[in-house]
Design a protein around this ligand. Structure first.
Ligand SMILES: O=C(O)CCC(=O)C(=O)O
Length: 337
């Protein structure tokens, strides 16, 4: 089918066939409970040992957590969400100028996930941006809304700092040198997905994004406070993660699962959609440099288990990830020893 944006402003009365999941793959929304005990970590706490311990527990048991007092101002966050919403309100003809299905592009507006590979589409449009180094990529970003570049650059700078700080804390939580993860991952790239999920006529038949893990190192997700949609897999059950005021959701990605020799889990998560309300989320991904060799440190393999995954470069992993459909088996399974 000829796939194109769904953020057209037109209200659909029924879900187009190409978005309808087979019955066995549907989200079963009535069965999904709220995740009541999502770890919320206060980064403003003065007790560093406590923070590190909380991170260790959250990464091991959940693969994700939320952070508050994270150092990013409310103004920066609000402006980011506002400009994202404003962007998706632009006329569809204007947005289509940025449309592309080619995952290799460093700036593109697209829809679903990987429209050329997937059998069923997802009820999502997204703007995908490379964000580091900023001077290299900002010139190609949208210039409409006019404030987009400035607001998003500021947001990216602050999120990067937070991400690098989290990587230090995660390294410490694994008993490694503070800089270990950052050193292995090299000069990290930073990508952003500005996701927009329009109101969906039949949310129980489809997804905004089906269950997946993130191929990168760490994801920092900003979600719309008013509209929920994020769900995570915990102990085999999908649970809804209600937005927490002034918090970011932090996901461990596949690279940290491999680097931690499987101690920390790259969390399966998905986005469901709503009948009446559009939802916006902004995912920032810290990505190892292409040549980074993902290999667990000796300290994490010397307990006799050896390395769970074979060594690989991030470039190798990333091209494998995008050659597949999103909801196939975990991409890391293909790298198991
Ligand atoms: O919208 C969400 O809550 C999830 C987004 C996400 O998983 C992604 O962009 O990879």
């Amino acid at each position: 089918m000829d796939t194109s944006l769904i953020s057209t402003g037109i209200k659909y009365s029924s879900l187009p066939e190409s978005y309808v999941r087979p019955e066995s793959e549907r989200p079963n929304l009535s069965q999904v409970k709220d995740c009541e005990n999502v770890p919320i970590i206060d980064l403003g706490c003065e007790d560093l040992t406590r923070i590190v311990q909380q991170i260790a527990d959250a990464c091991r048991l959940y693969g994700f957590f939320q952070v508050i007092n994270h150092g990013i101002s409310m103004e920066t966050v609000d402006e980011m969400l506002q400009v994202a919403k404003e962007f998706f309100r632009l006329p569809v003809e204007e947005k289509m100028k940025l449309y592309s299905d080619d995952p290799a592009k460093t700036m593109r507006l697209s829809t679903s996930f990987n429209v050329k590979k997937e059998k069923v589409h997802n009820w999502r449009d997204y703007l995908r941006l490379h964000c580091y180094p900023l001077d290299q990529y900002v010139p190609e970003w949208p210039s409409n809304p006019p404030s987009f570049k400035e607001i998003v650059s500021k947001y990216c700078r602050e999120v990067r700092e937070l991400g690098l700080r989290l990587e230090e804390l995660i390294a410490e939580s694994l008993g490694l040198e503070r800089e270990h993860i950052k050193n292995v991952l090299g000069e990290q790239g930073q990508h952003m997905a500005v996701n927009f999920y329009p109101p969906c006529p039949q949310p129980e038949l489809t997804y905004g994004l089906p269950g997946h893990t993130d191929p990168n190192a760490l994801t920092i997700l900003l979600q719309d406070l008013q509209v929920s949609g994020l769900q995570v897999l915990k102990d085999g059950k999908w649970m809804a993660v209600k937005p927490h005021p002034n918090a970011f959701v932090v996901n461990i990605g596949d690279q940290l699962q491999a680097l931690s020799n499987g101690r920390y889990r790259s969390v399966w998560h998905r986005a469901t959609v709503n009948a009446d309300k559009p939802r916006t989320s902004v995912a920032s991904f810290l990505c190892p440099c292409d040549s980074a060799l993902i290999s667990p440190p000796e300290k994490l393999t010397e307990d006799g288990t050896g390395a769970v995954y074979r060594d690989f470069t991030y470039a190798e992993y990333y091209s494998k990830f995008w050659s597949r459909n999103l909801d196939q088996e975990h991409c890391l399974e293909l790298f198991k020893n």
